[in-house]
Design a protein around this ligand. Structure first.
Ligand SMILES: [Zn+2]
Ligand SMILES: [Zn+2]
Ligand SMILES: [Zn+2]
Length: 316
């Protein structure tokens, strides 16, 4: 391994470059995070049951028949980034708390609860879509301080904006370009191109470490079929998404000891006519970008994605 050659890779679709530094011989254990301090239920936590009155008025909730608490709830973000009242930052900013349990990471939730919060994502997406000024809804999660989470109790954020964000425009543009050149859908092509890096699969989704991963142990959960957003999926597909998301997070937590991560759901803009495959990016915050990365846009990744995928596949 010490003699392995480094390789400069370009993403299959995007103009995104990574230098895979195989010669550094890093192993998953080199990135193992220190065990998190168990969080105690805090009477001050806005997101804990009993403190619902401390959040802005609730928008929606999902309940389980077997539970005394709600399973997931949604309310406006108190420190809103976008607002219908901001003339130059129009939009909505909401929070979804995925579990009443202050101490749980997402990977520890039973499948039913994962299905519940995904249902809430769908519900909010569908409601926000009705507002014609809104062009895009970003659904994302920050878990751990290094990933930008300011409140320990696990939660997702939704930010709706009246513009199509540049990263989404790039993905759409790259997909159009791929189609123009190769006469086929770029995301469909990924199913083959990324095959050796697939570490989990079910009827509706593949999970892989991308060929040009910019984050260590980066994972993508990709819909096998054309689907612009969560709203295109039937019940069986949403269940498969919950299973895939849970499997990815469990594998990462087990391999790396509860690492800080962001995940974000990528959907096509509401107005888009392009063939698109809904997907989720899961990005671990284990490395700092330095001079080379900032000055060139080329990211050095010390964990070859093939090795990351192999290590994740081995975790049952
Ligand atoms: Zn809490
Ligand atoms: Zn396709
Ligand atoms: Zn994407």
């Amino acid at each position: 391994m010490g003699n392995a050659e480094n390789e400069l890779r370009k993403d299959f679709l995007l103009d995104k470059w990574v230098l895979v530094a195989a010669n550094r011989g890093k192993r998953p254990n080199d990135f193992k995070c220190a065990p998190c301090e168990p969080q105690q239920h805090s009477s001050n936590c806005f997101f804990c049951p009993g403190n619902e009155h401390l959040t802005p008025p609730e928008i929606s909730r999902v309940c389980d028949v077997n539970s005394v608490h709600w399973s997931a709830r949604c309310f406006p973000n108190k420190f809103t980034a976008t607002s219908p009242g901001f003339s130059r930052a129009y939009g909505k900013h909401e929070v979804i708390v995925e579990t009443p349990d202050h101490n749980k990471r997402l990977s520890q939730l039973p499948l039913g609860q994962v299905k519940n919060f995904i249902q809430l994502y769908c519900e909010r997406l569908s409601a926000l879509k009705k507002n014609k000024r809104i062009k895009y809804v970003s659904i994302f999660k920050n878990e751990g301080e290094a990933a930008g989470a300011s409140i320990a109790h696990t939660h997702t954020q939704l930010i709706a904006v009246d513009k199509i964000p540049p990263v989404i425009r790039e993905e759409i543009g790259a997909c159009k370009e791929f189609k123009r050149k190769k006469k086929k859908c770029g995301f469909c092509a990924l199913k083959k191109l990324e095959r050796e890096r697939i570490f989990f699969e079910n009827a509706s989704f593949i999970c892989f470490c991308p060929f040009a991963s910019t984050f260590y142990f980066e994972c993508t959960i990709l819909s096998k079929r054309h689907a612009k957003s969560l709203l295109d999926f039937n019940e069986a597909e949403l269940r498969d998404l919950a299973i895939a998301l849970r499997a990815v997070l469990q594998k990462l937590d087990c391999l790396l000891g509860n690492p800080p991560f962001n995940y974000y759901f990528h959907t096509a803009p509401f107005s888009s006519k392009i063939d698109f495959h809904f997907h989720v990016h899961v990005c671990l915050q284990l490395a700092k970008w330095a001079g080379f990365e900032h000055s060139t846009g080329i990211i050095i990744n010390q964990v070859p994605p093939e090795q990351a995928a192999k290590a994740l596949k081995e975790i049952k």
